[in-house]
Design a protein around this ligand. Sequence first.
Ligand SMILES: NC(=O)c1ccc[n+]([C@@H]2O[C@H](COP(=O)([O-])OP(=O)(O)OC[C@H]3O[C@@H](n4cnc5c(N)ncnc54)[C@H](O)[C@@H]3O)[C@@H](O)[C@H]2O)c1
Length: 258
Amino acid sequence: MNTLLKDKNILIMGVANKWSIAWAIAKSFHQARAKLAFTYLGEKTKKSIEKLMAEEDMNSALLIPCDVTKDEEIENSFNILKDEFGKLDGVVHSIAHAKKEELEGLYLNTSREGYAMAQDISAYSLVAVTKYAKPLMNEGGSIVTLTYLGGERVIKNYNVMGVAKAALEASVKYLATDLGKENIRVNAISAGPIKTLAAKGIKNFGSLLKQFEEKVPMGRLVETEEVANTAVFLCSGLSSGITGEVIHVDGGYNILGY
Ligand SMILES: NC(=O)c1ccc[n+]([C@@H]2O[C@H](COP(=O)([O-])OP(=O)(O)OC[C@H]3O[C@@H](n4cnc5c(N)ncnc54)[C@H](O)[C@@H]3O)[C@@H](O)[C@H]2O)c1
């Protein structure tokens, strides 16, 4: 237990199940004494989050439905947060989606529709969420999103999602610049590969993990808790001078040139 996030109201977007990176973040934030709200996609996910919340004694957390492709749902979520919390100190955006068939084969074959969908859900949603979060962050705030090395380098089969992550990382820099003077910081965590529902959609994810483990400087996979602890740091006062950054939590994999 620590008090790094005591008195901070934080919205976590993107818990699907117990393997979600966002769930590891929620647990670490709860331990750091944050007051939490979650958005979820679909009734099935709501039930799964409720079960997880009960296990961790988080029953007082708010649960709000939000499909990020719908502006009115994003707006409604932040209206609820305004009524319930008044002010907001942090948002964790841990959301991405692409069609399964776009996550294999040649990037060249990406469809117009698949490209637009990946960009909308995985990159534009950060812009929309930040826009609605801003008025609630009148005492400053921290927005954290999740990205992957496939946004910087070519990773086999990551394809359209890599291009969406590149847009997401560029958005982090533009948003950080727009909001810096209001003391709202925007950063991304570039996590090493972790077995989650979203990762399962990438063809041959198992061999990607194996190759990672063989080469990574730290010689092991990254734990979701390690990603979560970095999110705690980014939402706490300890990172008060950091914005517009992409922090790699990947055991050093990104530094390799071979
Ligand atoms: N797992 C990895 O290896 C890895 C590595 C680096 C970055 N990431 C990123 O971490 C983030 C979280 O992914 P995860 O691996 O925890 O998988 P996950 O499947 O648990 O989380 C993805 C979340 O996105 C949500 N989502 C999808 N479409 C949505 C929509 N239209 N509206 C609202 N929510 C929607 C899903 O409901 C789910 O909760 C993603 O941005 C992912 O790209 C994952």
